[in-house]
Design a binder for this molecule. Structure first.
Ligand code: AP5
Length: 216
């Protein structure tokens, strides 16, 4: 299965990608997670990306495209792109990369969620920085506040989930990423999903829309 998760910050892309990777045996490729790991390990890429991420801006296209080109061959069994592509230039480069490899995209899942819900979700998000698993203090809290249910380690709030940075990320999404909706609609790949439904219902809706022939 080869999918792209498209939608604004907080729409549920990461949550669903982690669930679907198990179901479809396809790897979640989160450009945000890869960048955060690079920041943590103080690589050149991480140091360059840091300022852009703190300000809620996009990291330059050429860096992101190189990063994805390096990552893709590690996942021959399929992928679920989470947070990429995010600009028309990234989408065009990704199309060219897939064409060179003779790979076709199955679908682009668009998560539709209103702005107030996005802001509310992000301010209540807690993440396990070791595994990427997310919780939500309002809708899906861990058993003990601030502690991961699975590995017992601490949960953190992302520094770009501060209200001002969230506003910036939403504006950047509208300007630079939302044009991809038409881009993929024209390719006949877009699958629109109500992202306001409970997590399990969103998963079921995606699986239903991908159809019975989708690899399980
Ligand atoms: P990135 O890490 O990709 O962040 P994002 O796209 O802004 O998306 P989020 O991770 O915030 O949201 P999500 O949709 O995954 O929501 P989640 O499932 O966690 O990017 C961060 C930064 O890195 C960017 O700003 C940029 O600087 C840089 N970057 C990354 N990729 C780049 C690229 N391609 N080009 C350039 N720069 C790039 O859910 C949110 C919360 O809601 C959670 O608490 C969850 O538990 C809860 N929730 C989820 N679904 C539901 C539901 N159905 N009902 C109730 N609660 C739900």
């Amino acid at each position: 299965m080869r999918l792209i998760m498209l939608g604004p910050p907080g729409a549920g892309k990461g949550t669903q990608a982690r669930i679907l990777e198990e179901r479809y045996g396809a790897a979640q490729i989160s450009t945000g997670d890869i960048l955060r790991q690079n920041r943590e390990h103080q690589t050149e890429l991480g140091k360059t990306a840091d300022g852009f991420m703190q300000r809620g801006e996009l990291v330059p296209d050429d860096l992101i495209i190189q990063m994805v080109e390096a990552e893709l061959p590690r996942h021959p069994g399929g992928f679920i792109m989470d947070g990429f592509p995010r600009t028309v230039a990234q989408a065009q480069a990704f199309d060219a990369l897939l064409a060179r490899k003779g790979i076709a995209l199955d679908a682009v899942i668009l998560f539709e969620v209103d702005r107030d819900t996005l802001v509310r979700r992000l301010s209540a998000r807690w993440t396990n920085p070791r595994t990427g698993r997310t919780y939500n203090a309002l809708s899906d809290p861990p058993r003990t506040a601030g502690i991961d249910d699975e590995d017992g380690g601490p949960l953190v709030q992302r520094d770009d989930d501060k209200p001002q940075t969230v506003e910036k990320r939403l504006a950047v999404y509208q300007k630079q990423t939302a044009p991809l909706i038409d881009y993929y609609k024209r390719q006949g790949k877009l699958v629109e999903i109500d992202g306001l439904a409970p997590v399990e219902d969103v998963t079921q809706a995606i699986v239903a829309k991908l159809g019975p022939d989708a690899a399980a």
